[in-house]
Design a protein around this ligand. Structure first.
Ligand code: ADP
Ligand code: MG
Length: 233
C-alpha cells in the first residue's frame, strides 16, 4: 500500500544562539494507511520534531516529507493549509485547549477555520463530543474538566475536519494510569473502527506494545530500531 505520510532522509537543525542543535539526523519512515505506529525514545531524541514536520507545522532542513506521494516543499500555501487542517489532526500531552472557550466551542473553532457554516459547526461539534462520551460536558470550560475529559475534547477537535491521520504527541503524558488506558483504548478503537491512521509518540514502551502494530525507536535524532511489521497488533 502507498504510504500516506513519508519522511525521506530528513534532517532538522535548530539554531540556538551561535550553536546549532540537530534534532533529526537522516530519518526515513513510511506511515501506511490504517496503521497504528508508535514512536518511542527518550526525551530530546527528536520525536516531537518528527511529528511537527510530518504535520507540516515545521520545515525540514534537508530531505523531504511526502503527503500521499506529494512533496510538502512543492506545495502552495493553500495546499499546505489543507494538509495541516484536513489530512492530519494533532493532539498533545498538555491538550492545548483554549481555556476561555467551552469544550464545544473548542471543537467548533477547528471547523470555523474550514468554512463550515455556524449551525453545521454546532451540530458536528455536539455529535463528535457525544460520540466520545462528553455529551454532558460540552458546555464546560477546560478548567472544569478532568485530564481524561480534556484529552477527549482535544481528540474531538483533532477529528473535526475528518483527517486521515491523527498525530498524537505523548497523549497520555499528563494522565494517571487508568485514564491513560482509557485514552489508549479510545485511540485503538478509532484506529480499528474508523480506519484512522495513528502515529503516537510515547515514552511508555508498554503502552506502545499494547496498541501499536509497529514501533520505531528514536535515539539522538535517528531511528535505531523497529519492531512489529503488521498493520495491527
Ligand atoms: P522529544 O520530543 O523526543 O523529547 P524534541 O523533538 O522535542 O525531542 O527535541 C529534539 C531536540 O531538538 C532537543 O535537543 C530539543 O532541545 C531541540 N529542539 C526542539 N525544538 C526546538 C526549537 N524550537 N528550538 C531549538 N531547539 C529545539
Ligand atoms: Mg517531545
Amino acid at each position: 500500500m502507498k504510504p500516506i505520510l513519508s519522511a525521506k532522509n530528513v534532517t532538522k537543525r535548530y539554531a540556538k544562539g551561535a550553536a546549532q542543535i540537530t534534532a533529526l539526523r537522516g530519518v526515513s519512515l513510511d506511515v501506511k494507511p490504517g496503521e497504528f505506529l508508535a514512536v518511542v525514545g527518550r526525551s530530546g531524541s527528536g520525536k516531537s520534531t518528527l511529528l511537527n514536520v510530518l504535520g507540516g507545522l515545521d520545515e525540514v532542513t534537508s530531505g523531504s516529507i511526502f503527503v500521499n506521494g506529494k512533496d510538502i516543499a512543492g506545495m502552495k500555501r493553500t495546499e499546505l493549509a489543507h494538509h495541516r487542517r484536513r489530512t492530519v489532526g494533532m493532539i498533545f500531552q498538555s491538550f492545548n485547549l483554549i481555556p476561555s472557550r467551552t469544550a464545544r466551542e473548542n471543537v467548533e473553532l477547528a471547523l470555523a477555520f474550514n468554512n463550515v457554516g455556524r449551525s453545521e459547526r454546532r451540530k458536528k461539534a455536539a455529535r463528535l463530543l457525544s460520540s466520545l462520551g462528553l455529551k454532558e460536558r460540552m458546555d464546560h470550560l477546560p478548567s472544569e474538566l478532568s485530564g481524561g475529559e480534556a484529552q477527549r475534547v482535544a481528540i474531538a477537535r483533532a477529528l473535526a475536519n475528518d483527517p486521515s491521520v491523527l498525530l498524537a504527541d505523548e497523549p497520555t503524558g499528563n494522565l494517571d494510569s487508568a485514564t491513560s488506558a482509557e485514552i489508549l483504548g479510545l485511540l485503538h478503537d478509532l484506529n480499528r473502527g474508523q480506519n484512522l491512521t495513528v502515529v503516537m509518540v510515547t515514552h511508555d514502551k508498554a503502552s506502545a506494545r499494547r496498541v501499536a502494530g509497529r514501533t520505531v525507536e528514536f535515539l539522538d535524532g535517528r531511528i535505531v530500531s523497529e519492531t512489529g511489521k503488521g498493520i495491527r497488533p
